[in-house]
Each structure stands twice: as C-alpha cells, then as structure tokens.
Design a protein around this ligand. Structure first.
Ligand SMILES: [Zn+2]
Length: 171
C-alpha cells in the first residue's frame, strides 16, 4: 500500500518504465529522461542502447550529462530519419552551404573591389576633367575679361571722346 503511494508520488523515469525496472533515487537516467518524454528515451535506446548510454553518462561530469543526453537524442533522431548518413547528412548539407556562401561572398567582394576601383578611376577622371575645365574656364574668363575691359576702355574712350565732343559742342 505504501509502495503504491510512493509509486504515484515519484513515477519512474522514461528509461526505467521502458526497461520495466525499479527507478531508484540514484538512477542515472532519471534527471534526463522524464516520464513525460518517453520518445526521447526510446529513440536514444534504439540507436545507442541503454547500457551504452548509462556507461557514457557515468564516465562524464554530472554538469555535462544534460548536454550529452540532448546531443545523443539529436543524433539518434537524425539516424532514424536518415539511416545512411544520420546527422552527418545535415552536417554535409551545411558544409556545402558554407562553401557556396563563401564563394558568393568572395565573388561579391571581388565585384565590390572592381566597382570601388572603377569609381576611384572615374572620380580621378572627373577631377582631371574638372581641373582641365577650370583651367579652360579660367583662361576663357581671362581672355574675355581682357577683351571686355579693353572694349570697355574703348567704349568709355569713345564715350569720353563723345562726351568731350559733346561737352566741347555744348561749350
Ligand atoms: Zn530511472
């Protein structure tokens, strides 16, 4: 009777329930295979075997056991889905993706470099053209200003002459 109430208060872990054995307080599976997740244990057991998992958990530090169980569950699930490659299949897909993305990145960087060099050359050309145009404009401005000032002088000279003439005429 008391054993029945103890059974209900602490249900066996998923491993002990599956293996039909008494789940002791020292059970190495209990913290990582709760009774609410029976599939987690059956998957790991199917691929690695309960005794191998128990042995592995006893060989590693207690703080590493949760990560170990989670990685075993991941690997076991991948192996059941892909009996040939397991999680190596997923790793290969990701490695190919990394290689493809690295090539894309290299090509994009090369394009960027070419574009930057082209822009730089273009800017230099624009600067040179601008320089030439400034010189040209400066020269043009110089020449007409010389001419215009000369013409203004002529005009003012004429005007002065006219004024002088007019003045002379008036006086
Ligand atoms: Zn147990």
């Amino acid at each position: 009777m008391s054993s029945t109430s103890s059974y209900y208060s602490t249900p066996p872990c998923a491993a002990c329930k599956f293996l039909r054995r008494k789940c002791l307080p020292s059970c190495v599976f209990a913290p990582y295979f709760p009774p609410e997740e029976p599939i987690k244990f059956t998957t790991v057991h199917k691929v690695f075997g309960a005794s191998n998992v128990s042995k592995l958990l006893n060989e590693i530090q207690p703080h590493q056991r949760e990560d170990a169980v989670n990685s075993l569950a991941y690997e076991a699930e991948a192996r059941l889905k892909d009996p040939v490659y397991g999680c190596v299949g997923a790793i290969s897909v990701l490695q190919r993706q990394v290689i493809r993305l690295q090539k894309e990145l290299d090509a994009t960087n090369a394009d960027l470099m070419r574009y930057t060099n082209y822009e730089q050359a273009n800017n230099n050309q624009i600067m040179e053209n601008h320089q030439e145009r400034s010189n040209f404009q400066y020269g043009r401005r110089m020449v007409p200003s010389y001419y215009s000032s000369a013409r203004n002088n002529d005009i003012s000279g004429d005007h002065n002459n006219i004024s002088t003439d007019n003045c002379d005429g008036d006086s």
